[in-house]
Design a binder for this molecule. Structure first.
Ligand SMILES: [Zn+2]
Length: 272
């Protein structure tokens, strides 16, 4: 079930060291096939996404590093925040849509941002230790991450750019397979703007590490990767869609990706 270079940590979590100091923690037995990323510096570590919480991801993180760990979700969807309450140090992107969910220091994600009711999951309120401004940098010691706002899939989506390693932790903005733009909060105008704003800042050689994977032809899993051309293809495909005046339920991006759509995702294109 796992590709070469990927190993089981237990019967649920799979581990792949995708680059020096970057450990992908996969959940290939979960139907959404989530991949979370433990990013290590010399002084601290960051866990980008905490999975659906079906199993406790904090245990594996403690086995993988002795550094202080900050958990940072890429967005509030249940499959990225399920393990968040297991961490003592929680950082959240300083976006108005998320600040609106804070009361007395506790974060209560709204149903539309969390969407766990679809799977019978309920949000566990968490204390926020750090609000990270968009455009700010996180220095983990020997590794600097830039926090980028990447809406489209959801209004609160963020990605992390590690320029020195030429990695974009893209989360749900882009991943191989059907991209979810058929859900509340998805917005095609934002999707296209994000793609167009990323292209000038992404190095030619960038690897996008994504939050949802697929089995390959052999039925094997590894951390999902895309490249700069995939971002360019998304931009071109959305530009074609906008010009077509079609409102399809799905739209091809390239051989590796498509968009799943619904009418509300088009709304921002219709307004002046
Ligand atoms: Zn997701």
């Amino acid at each position: 079930m796992l590709a070469d270079g990927v190993r089981w940590f237990d019967d649920w979590f799979a581990i792949e060291e995708v680059a020096p100091g970057v450990v992908a923690i996969g959940e290939p037995r979960f139907h959404q096939i989530n991949w979370n990323y433990l990013i290590l510096g010399t002084k601290r570590a960051l866990l980008f996404d905490t999975g659906p919480g079906v199993r406790d991801i904090s245990k594996i993180v403690r086995e993988l590093t002795t550094l202080p760990v900050t958990a940072l979700p890429s967005h509030m969807h249940f499959d990225h925040t399920g393990g968040l309450a297991k961490f003592h140090n929680i950082a959240i992107a300083d976006l108005p849509v998320l600040k609106d969910c804070e009361k007395d220091g506790w974060l209560h994600a709204s149903d539309d941002l969390y969407r766990g009711f679809r799977e019978g999951m309920t949000w566990t309120p968490v204390r926020v230790n750090e609000w990270l401004p968009i455009g700010s940098t996180l220095d983990l010691g020997g590794r600097v991450l830039e926090l980028l706002h990447t809406p489209g899939h959801s209004p609160d989506s963020i990605s992390l750019l590690d320029r020195a390693s030429s990695i974009l932790f893209a989360a749900d903005f882009l991943y191989p397979g059907p991209l979810y733009a058929q859900i509340p909060g998805a917005d095609l105008k934002a999707y296209l703007q994000t793609a167009d704003s990323l292209l000038p800042v992404l190095p030619e050689s960038v690897t996008l590490l994504c939050a949802h994977g697929q089995a390959d032809e052999a039925g094997e899993h590894r951390a999902p990767r895309l490249n700069r051309q995939d971002v360019a293809d998304l931009s071109a495909s959305l530009t074609n869609l906008r010009g077509s005046n079609d409102r399809p339920e799905s739209w091809p991006v390239n051989a590796r990706m498509s968009l799943l759509l619904w009418e509300p995702a088009f709304a921002s294109w219709q307004s002046p």
